[in-house]
Design a protein around this ligand. Structure first.
Ligand code: NAD
Length: 507
């Protein structure tokens, strides 16, 4: 059991109290060139605790001029010999030192994320903060292993030629991340970018700016040179300014498909390299021979973890008629056992949605589903007794059909849309009938069926008899409108580097 889980409820509350007291006073500044600074316009915005709806603190609102300052600082740092010429071993050491500092502050970071995002602190520490430590440690291993090749070219002249490739950092990277896993999404981008020798300007989501700022402070404490890791807090306009800036060589974005498309349009000025991790509407396909206990537990976790605000959430359930009712009853049972409340309480495993806007969005989809003919099995509204904050019950909608909006659109909340099937012929076609292709779950004990379906499903990740397993060693990303490129593994290092081919005439 983690240290935080062992801590009493009052411990997490008292950490939150201490952190909030420290955040009062001057607005939290942007991090530019190693310093915390207010925005050029002096504008600020409030960040709120979703469990109470109350303001935590004011944060500097970065705009076009601040983005320009941050990009210039990142450019200077890119060309600074202290970073540019740093040995692979030293770069590795710095990333490991940053991982050590995240580990040292894990409890505070988990509580900070909890008050800013709403997610339960215990789960945040176990999943997101531990995950970020692993991400920095994993990518700390790459600088000493990521290099080019010597290639057997055959020049027509018969000349003796040595040809080799080298990997160079792609340059200044604009990293734009969403609010659902603020710390992990930042780590997934910052770690490979720095491992490849790039410098970065990170733009966290306006709903959850606090852990990104803390991460940049820890990077400075670890000894990462000033200007290598800058943070611009603010709204979509700040993200758009980063996408538009001619001094940015690459944009890495995680967020909605709609904004992803705007980023592609906005990045054409200097033809930035762009990678995108976008939305999803992942199917969970359950065959009649599946282990229903395991499937129900994992399907419930796959849609209700993080209050359903997960890009890979298994939000479309395709259950065979023979087991449909039994399976739904079991999933509903898991939903009923979730402990909903303020995530500072270590017993809580289901917190509020991130904002009022998100609450309204999720609630409106439940209404839309019912209007379109789906049946509400459980949930659908605010849990009793939780009158403040943005709490929404875990929700299951049955009798859903392929053409319904609750099956086609990403709700990004704790809503499972269940469809019944009996004809195996068009099952995969139904599962593939989506604009998205991020992930899929397949539940069966038939080995051949499992492999056939894994091959036929159009998704970047397929889980067989498991769900939502993610590891830095294996690529993560989407088919279709779920994105461009892959994070994690060697693929992430490739995203943040250019290949140079060198020809040397030895004749
Ligand atoms: P969002 O697209 O609204 O915002 C994401 C980020 O983009 C924020 O920092 C926001 O300020 C910024 N932004 C907004 N408009 C911009 C613009 N015009 N130009 C540049 N930046 C802009 O997404 P969200 O609501 O914060 O997050 C939810 C979405 O993220 C969901 O669709 C979810 O599926 C997706 N997501 C995907 C993955 C993945 O890996 N595929 C992971 C997590 C979340």
């Amino acid at each position: 059991m983690s240290a935080l889980a062992q801590a009493s409820a009052s411990d997490a509350y008292s950490i939150a109290e201490r952190l909030e007291a420290g955040l009062k006073g001057a607005p939290r500044g942007l991090i530019i060139d190693g310093k915390s600074v207010q925005s050029v316009t002096g504008k600020t915005f409030a960040t709120h605790n979703p469990a109470t709806g109350k303001e935590i603190c004011q944060v500097a609102e970065g705009g076009v001029e601040d983005v320009d300052l941050a990009v210039r600082a990142a450019r200077r740092a890119l060309e600074n010999p202290a970073w540019r010429d740093m040995s692979a071993v030293d770069r590795s050491l710095l990333l490991n030192r940053l991982a050590d500092l995240i580990e040292r502050d894990a409890q505070d970071l988990a509580v900070l994320e909890c008050i800013d995002n709403g997610k339960p602190a215990t789960l945040t520490k176990a999943v997101e903060i531990e995950g970020s430590i692993k991400t920095f440690r994993y990518f700390a291993g790459w600088p000493t292993k990521f290099g080019g090749e010597t290639l057997p070219v055959s020049p027509r002249s018969g000349a003796k030629i040595l040809n080799y490739t080298v990997r160079e950092p792609v340059g200044v990277c604009g990293l734009i991340v969403p609010w659902n896993y603020p710390m992990s999404m930042a780590a997934w981008k910052v770690a490979p970018a720095l491992a490849a020798g790039c410098t970065v300007v990170l733009k966290p989501a306006e709903q959850t700016p606090l852990t990104a700022l803390r991460l940049a402070e820890l990077a400075l404490e670890a000894g990462i040179p000033a200007g290598v890791f800058n943070v611009i807090t603010g709204f979509g306009e700040a993200g758009a300014a980063l996408v538009d800036h001619p001094g940015v060589d690459k944009v890495a974005f995680t967020g909605s498909t709609e904004v992803g498309k705007a980023i592609v349009r906005g990045s054409t000025g200097n033809l930035k390299k762009v990678s995108l991790e976008l939305g999803g509407k992942s199917p969970q396909i359950v065959l009649p021979d599946a282990d229903l206990d395991a499937a129900a537990a994992s399907i419930a976790a796959g849609i209700f973890f993080n209050q359903g605000q997960t890009c890979t959430a298994g939000s479309r359930l395709y259950a065979h008629s023979d087991i449909h009712d039994d399976l739904l009853a079991r999933i509903a049972d898991h939903a009923a056992k979730l402990t909903i409340g303020n995530g500072l309480d270590p017993a809580v495993n289901f917190g509020p949605l991130v904002s009022e806007e998100q609450w309204d969005r999720v609630s409106s989809y439940v209404e839309i589903g019912q209007r379109e003919g789906a049946e509400l099995v459980c949930g659908g509204s605010r849990p009793q007794g939780l009158n403040e904050g943005f709490f929404f019950q875990p929700t299951i909608m049955a009798n859903a059909a392929s053409n319904m909006r609750i099956v086609r659109e990403e709700i990004f909340g704790p809503v499972l849309s269940a469809l019944r099937w009996s004809d195996p012929e068009d099952l995969v076609a139904q599962a593939n009938d989506s604009d998205f292709g991020l992930s899929a779950g397949i539940w069966t004990n038939n080995l051949k069926q499992a492999h056939r379906m894994a091959a036929a499903v159009k998704a970047g990740t397929v889980w067989v008899n498991c769900f939502n397993l993610v590891d830095n060693a294996t690529p993560f990303g989407g088919f279709k409108q779920s994105g461009w490129g892959r994070e994690h593994g060697r693929q992430a290092m490739e995203l943040y580097s250019e290949v140079k081919s060198v020809w040397v005439n030895l004749s």
